[in-house]
Every structure is written in structure tokens, then in C-alpha cells.
Design a protein around this ligand. Sequence first.
Ligand SMILES: [Zn+2]
Length: 283
Amino acid sequence: MPELPEVQTVVTQLGQKVVGKTVKIFWSDWKKKIFPTFAVFVKKVRGTAILGTRRFGKHIVIDLDNGYSIVVHLKMTGHFLVKHKNNRLSSAFTEDSKNGYIHHIFTFTDGMTLEFSDMRKFGWLRVVGTGEVETLPSIASLGIDALSPKLTQKHFHGLLSEKMKRPIGVVLLEQNLIAGIGNIYRSEALFLAGVLPTRHIETLTKNEWLKVLPAIKKVLRTAVRLRGTSDGDFRDTDGLEGRFQKTLHVYGRTGEPCKKCGTMILRKKIRQRSIFFCQKCQR
Ligand SMILES: [Zn+2]
């Protein structure tokens, strides 16, 4: 499931590729994920130019020049592909089956298309007034962004000190506390910090406290630079895999040797979601 780095990759790339383009047609064969309705969406979007792209947690926002914005959530397997006339048949798009589940297409007046591939079909698109974007319940409820400069050590300590009796690995997933971290990056960040995900926050030493936030930021920044993790369906807007999966230390590596100490990586389910760790490197 796309997390902050994957969504940021899409937002950055769309910012470079589609800003200034004018939407000619919008097509969909999965209208139940177009809100408020397909007809309203088409009416608000057609003929508008794209002003810019933004990110709120794991949401993508595409601002239009008519006072409306498109809010998108990729959910499990959604991703955007930008196709020019001359790259439409490129191997990245045609040979990778993950790019073959196109359910929504924006066609621009210059012939370029912005296509949404989504195998599981949970991803959604919603048009709202630009001024209402931050009042959407799923955005309004978000906590501070994990990469926000305002998320300082002091702020982080304050947020987590209200969750003392809970495991750090669980709390990091709470989007209403800190937005953008999911399964992959909580596992990797806690490995980097040397802290077991099952540790209750109240048991963290001062030294451990000082390691967790920098580890989160480092892992997320590196993943943004490598265009995210493609452990499953995620592809960037060129249809290409991200590169962070090559650097994973624990996530998805159950039974494989730890890259640092050789101990077998373990997996545990907490709240129905798998978390990965090395019991020697993490305490
Ligand atoms: Zn280890």
C-alpha cells in the first residue's frame, strides 16, 4: 500500500508533467469510485487547466483553475501513469502487468493522457471546492505530516507521551497522530532506530527517544529519493518501479538473514498487520 514516499513521488512527478495541461475528456469504467458522482466529476473537471499538485498524508490533491480540486487516494494498488503519444507503447507500460488495470483516464487537449491503473479497484477520486479540501474528514483528521519541519523532537515527544502504554510500532501507524507512515516505513524506521516494534512507549530510554524520529525522517527521505517502494503494485508515473525495496532491511524479509548481524528476520502480527524486525539489532 502506498505510503508517504510513494504518494510524494506521484505528486512531484505530476507537478512536473501535467501542470498547465487542460482536461479534454474524462473516462471511467469504475464509476462507483468517482465522487460525488461520475456526472458531477466530469462536469467540474472538463475544460479546466491543472494549476498544481499537493499531498496531504497519503492523499494526492490536483488543483484546477476553476476553484475545484481533485482529491485522490491510491489505496492498495492504485497508481497514475502519464502517457505521451510517443511513449504510449513503451515497454514500461506494456510489459508490466501491474500497469494494465486502467480504470480512469484523463485525456488532455494536447493528446497526453493521465491514466489510473488499479488492480484491486479500491482507489478513489473526488472533486471538491479547493477551499474544502482540508475539511474532507479523511484529510481534516490527519495529524502532522511525518516530513513536516514542524515535527521536531519536542513535538514528537509530546504526541507520543499521550500513548505511553501502547507499542511504538502500532502508534506510528496512527494517521491522526503522524500522517504518512505505513507498514513498510514503520518497520524500517524502527530497525534503523534499534527499537523493537512491540516496545511500549513508556519503556523507551532517553537515547532511544532521540533515535526514533531521525530514523523515521531518514527512511522516508531516502525512500522519496528512490521513488518509493515497489514491493507489490506501486509504479511511478513512468510505469517504473521505485528502488527503495532494494534497500529494505526487515520489511518483507521474514526468514532471511539480517543484513547487519545475520540473525533471521522475524515477523509478528500486531492488530492484524505484519511487522518485521531483527531481535538482535532491535531491543
Ligand atoms: Zn540484525
